[in-house]
Design a protein around this ligand. Structure first.
Ligand code: ATP
Ligand code: MG
Length: 720
């Protein structure tokens, strides 16, 4: 027994939580105060000191990355592997349950998980089949509607149209969507949770079994559980379970996905014997960073309120850089990264964070040019790339002929003479006979199709059957290797011109390496191929090829939750981008954005850069904006402003309204994006210039007074 190892390096409050008796526990504490650490130590304590078998613990974290890390940390505390410990995300655990109890869950044994991309495509196809106008019934909105209902635990039959015809239509679409999924054995992300909940709810014996097995439930990031996740936990805990949950109301950032911070209060009602522990000492960040974060979050009204302090060093001030545009911003970030790396630091210790995925592209280009290895979490992930999805679709179809999604994806990829018309005939047949496409294809090939088309379809069916025979009994990586060649995908992409085709082939080969290094979860019982396919769908980002390489970390602020890095950049800190335009007018939306900002700031251990661009081209549009209001919420004493090193001459990318391209009043130093101050209107940014000499006019976007055209020679603008 190694009690001291488990208890050393815990403060009193942490120790109290870790060693608590078996009662429900709520640890509520700010960022970096050791919540995750407490959870890890609690698991070790239960196993080592209380003598529980690892099998009797269930631990839930937010990402697979976090789960792997947690397992590693528990093992190193205990000095032994904990193979039978169930540890994963809500989705991952729900998936495991459904695989084990597919029959009770009403699923086919080899059901397939579809990601949100597949889901959207399926909805589009559904609309087409039903001949519903996708201009009026927007696929994304339908998708959102369906997932939101599932997140609340609601099936179509639970929903009332409230006399509203468009709601009635949505419900009908939800129902049709369910039928398609049912037929194809397809399970989307929200369905995983909902089914897993229903599985227990409707199977008393099964529930009883799991309640006996998992008395101790450990949950990280509890503030971001949604209704169905909470209901699932609640059900499992019953009256005798011992849930141990840790969270931070200030870091609740998934409300838009159905998360409810109110579960923190609900928990105390549902488990009246709950002990509450608060942790207030932060061990992660310098005092400067922590104080900045505290000051920002203090602007939120709806908070439980807590005091975070550190006895660590004051640290460097937070550096704020005002970039001219997004390229300048990216150059700046890359320059600092270079310095960081040149000083002998690990690349992986640096993280560049942004509000939305699309912002990564410019940064990525810069990093590629600078030859700095990087890795993007989220965004276009390895497993989401088209060629990878093609290969996975072959693998899926091999193990599950009824998977219509995969069937449609590859039936003519690479092209093999099966045209849209043939596919349409198959669909009609499948619809009419309520059968999978696979069966429809077989039927029409021998019946409805002319010779050429029929031969093409038969060749495809034979190809899949042959591949299935050929890979039987092979190792996972051999299966993948066989499939990428036998399917013709490698040859197909080799013929694609230029670098793109080459990259695609490389990616396919990388998939073989991914299969090779794929380590099945020791607690898992399904076939390795099935587990690999599920893994690909579930956690698209994590199998990225260059995982082992030391590289700079790029991710959205959302995906940075729970992580920490010595060096952090918060980029794109502009009003409209962050806080996001959608949420500015809505007070609760704005508070959620502020919590996200709090998450961002508190990822940094030593050094924090905050950057914004006065002009940004995003989604093909030029925007001029003010620095994020969150920057002004950081006390000035903690900030050091960094000015551009040299005033380079900027290309004029004037908006279409600009009448002339000549630089007006260039001698006055006026340029697009220039910040100015006006006696009456206050501070603003120049958006546009027109005319020359005495006629020169500028359009200025004032922070409070809005956008105005001013004649330069009268306006008396102060340049800032
Ligand atoms: P977040 O809210 O961001 O998820 P958290 O509360 O989960 O943060 P941890 O990640 O557990 O915080 O801990 C933050 C950092 O502080 C980690 O590096 C951890 O090892 C360290 N730490 C936590 N408690 C202690 C302690 N008592 N002594 C030394 N270091 C500690
Ligand atoms: Mg944590």
């Amino acid at each position: 027994m190694d009690v001291t190892r488990i208890l050393e390096s815990l403060n009193d409050a942490q120790r109290q939580a870790v060693t608590a008796p078996a009662v429900p526990m709520l640890v509520i504490a700010g960022a970096g105060s050791g919540k995750t650490r407490v959870l890890v130590h609690r698991a070790a304590w239960l196993i080592d000191v209380e003598g529980l078998s690892p099998q009797s613990l269930l631990a839930v974290t937010f990402t697979n990355k976090a789960a792997a890390e947690m397992r590693g940390r528990i093992e190193s505390l205990l000095g032994m592997p904990v193979n039978h410990l169930w540890i994963g995300t809500f989705h991952g655990l729900a998936h495991r349950l459904l695989r084990r109890h597919w029959r009770e869950a009403g699923l086919p044994q080899n059901f397939q998980i579809i990601d949100s991309d597949d889901q959207l495509r399926l909805i589009k196809r559904l609309l087409k089949n039903l001949e519903i106008d996708d201009g009026r019934w927007v696929p994304r909105e339908i998708q959102y509607f369906i997932n939101a209902q599932k997140d609340e635990g609601l099936r179509p039959q639970h929903l009332d149209d409230e006399g509203d015809p468009s709601r009635r239509q949505m419900i009908a679409l939800y129902k049709s969507y369910e039928e398609v999924c049912e037929r194809g054995g397809l399970v989307d992300f929200a369905e995983l949770l909902l089914r897993a909940h229903e599985l227990w709810r409707d199977n008393a014996e099964l529930l009883h079994h799991y309640r006996r097995r998992f008395r101790h439930l450990l949950v990280d990031e509890f503030q971001d559980t949604n209704a169905i996740q909470y209901a699932w936990l609640r059900l499992l805990a019953g009256n005798d379970g011992v849930p141990f949950v840790v969270g931070d109301d200030d870091q609740s950032i998934y409300r838009w996905r159905g998360a409810r911070v109110e579960h923190i209060h609900q928990f105390q009602k549902d488990f009246p014997k709950t002990s509450i522990v608060k942790l207030e000492q932060n061990y992660r960040s310098t005092a400067t960073i922590l104080n900045a974060a505290n000051a920002v979050i203090a602007n939120n009204n709806s908070r439980m309120g807590k005091n975070l302090w550190t006895d660590g060093a004051e640290g460097e001030s937070i550096k704020v850089y005002a970039a001219y545009n997004e390229r300048d911003e990216s150059d700046f970030v890359i320059g600092r990264l270079r310095d960081w790396i040149d000083q002998g630091n690990l690349r992986a210790d640096a993280a560049v964070l942004y509000r939305s995925n699309a912002q990564s592209r410019v940064l990525e280009e810069g990093l590629i040019n600078a030859r700095i290895p990087y890795r993007v979490y989220g965004g276009l992930r390895f497993f989401e790339r088209a060629e990878i999805k093609d290969a996975l679709a072959y693998l899926r179809l091999i193990s599950h002929r009824d998977d219509d999604s995969s069937f449609e994806r590859i039936v003519n990829r690479p092209t093999r003479g099966i045209g849209a018309r043939t596919v349409e005939i198959m669909r009609a047949y499948a619809r009419a006979n309520s059968c999978p496409m696979w069966r429809a294809a077989g039927a029409i090939a021998s019946d409805a199709l002319n010779g050429r088309a029929a031969n093409a379809v038969l060749a495809f069916l034979n190809l899949i059957e042959k591949m299935a025979r050929d890979v039987a009994g092979l190792d996972l990586q051999e299966q993948v290797d066989h499939v990428i060649y036998a399917s013709g995908l490698v040859d197909f992409f080799k013929k694609e011109k230029g670098e793109k085709g080459e990259t695609r082939v490389e990616n396919l080969l990388e998939l073989v390496s991914a299969a090779k290094s794929f380590e099945p979860d020791p607690a898992e019982e399904m076939s390795k191929l099935d587990e690999f396919l599920s893994h690909a769908a579930l956690e698209a980002g994590e199998g990225q090829a260059d995982a082992w390489e030391d590289c700079v970390q790029l991710m959205t602020m959302h995906s940075a939750k729970g992580l920490e890095f010595p060096l952090v950049f918060l980029t794109g800190m502009e009003d409209g981008l962050f806080p996001h335009q959608r949420s500015i007018a809505d007070p609760s939306g704005l508070e959620e954005e502020r919590r996200l900002c709090y998450v961002g700031i508190t990822r940094a251990k030593q050094t924090l850069y905050v950057t914004y661009a006065e002009q940004r081209r995003l989604h093909g549009m030029d925007n001029f904006s003010q620095p994020s209001r969150f920057i002004s919420e950081i006390p000035a004493a903690h900030i050091e402003e960094i000015r551009p090193r040299v005033q380079v001459s900027r290309p004029m990318r004037a908006p279409a309204r600009s009448a002339t391209s000549a630089l007006p009043a260039a001698e006055m130093g006026v340029r697009l994006g220039q910040r100015v101050r006006h006696g009456k209107f206050g501070d603003g940014v120049i958006l546009n210039c027109e005319g020359q000499g005495a006629h020169a006019r500028v359009e200025v976007n004032f922070e409070t007074a809005g956008t105005k055209w001013l004649v330069l020679s009268y306006a008396n603008l102060d340049l800032m």
